[in-house]
Write a protein of this length. Structure first.
Length: 281
């Protein structure tokens, strides 16, 4: 049984991510949890709520959120009935990141799926602020789905790597399961001017190969340049359906996430983007 957590703010973007998730796991027995964290909604309007107490505001918001989650599940059950899927609602009086981490640890979430934008979508940026916060701070893998992306099976997966990290087996198992389901190619892209690998890199490359037995692996190298642009070029040239990267200390992805703006880095994927956390769980 696969466990998928989907944060929702009840926007069009959130529903688009939900529909993508239902198609991606169409043939697998899957528990879907729809989460809405509403602490910001309570504290945000408090100064203008006509003198209501925090507890009163909290109770009103909780009732509205629970009803909205109930309506979402009713709509999905009617439109996308699948005997392999179960739906559950979760409302949490926390910030989004805290709610996700608490729940992910509580039920051992395999993957979090969300939109790249929320209600206040800014077409000029690639990832909304909530998505970036989730990429940075949650402890489980995250798959972000662009609003305008029409579902395609992830037949071609791009996995940029410098072979310097001993990746975690659980994260690679998730990637291997996807590759097995769709008989996918996984393109390991090494951005370097040097063909030769160190002993450490060779060991990690071998571990990667052993951990992805069900994927059709391709090993590619491209010269050093702007890494974001190199990744984007490869996505376009090879018609890639899914971009997968690992967040670890001093990695390219960490550098991207901790800049003042993600878009400085030149990475603007128009395809689903999975961030795997290289953390023990």
């Amino acid at each position: 049984m696969t466990t998928i957590l989907i944060p929702t703010d009840f926007s069009h973007n959130a529903m688009h991510a939900i529909k993508y998730a239902l198609q991606l796991y169409k043939c697998e027995r899957t528990d879907f949890y729809f989460l809405h964290a509403y602490a910001d909604e309570v504290y945000g309007p408090f100064k203008e709520n006509g003198g209501k107490s925090i507890e009163k505001q909290k109770e009103i918001t909780r009732i509205n959120v629970d009803q909205a989650l109930k309506n979402t599940i009713a709509e999905l059950t009617e439109k996308y009935h699948n005997p392999k899927h179960s739906f559950e609602a979760v409302s949490s009086f926390e910030s989004l990141v805290d709610a996700v981490n608490d729940f992910a640890n509580q039920i051992n979430v395999d993957l979090l799926i969300m939109g790249t934008q929320g209600k206040t979508a800014d077409k000029k940026i690639t990832f909304g602020s909530h998505t970036v916060q989730v990429f940075k701070y949650v402890s489980c893998p995250v798959l972000a789905v662009p609003e305008n992306y029409e579902y395609q099976q992830p037949k071609k997966i791009l996995f940029p790597t410098d072979y310097m990290l001993p990746y975690k087996r659980r994260e690679l198992k998730l990637l291997n399961t996807l590759a097995a389901e769709f008989k996918s190619e996984v393109h390991c892209l090494y951005i370097s001017n040097f063909e030769d690998l160190s002993l450490r890199q060779i060991d990690n490359k071998r571990f990667l190969q052993e951990s992805l037995p069900d994927a059709y692996l391709f090993y590619e190298r491209t010269p050093v340049k702007n890494k974001g642009e190199a990744i984007m070029e490869y996505i376009f040239e090879k018609n890639i359906n899914l971009l997968v990267m690992v967040k670890a200390r001093h990695s390219f992805l960490e550098d991207m996430l901790y800049r003042s703006t993600v878009d400085d880095i030149g990475l603007h994927p128009k395809i689903p983007f999975m961030v795997m956390q290289n953390l023990p769980r």
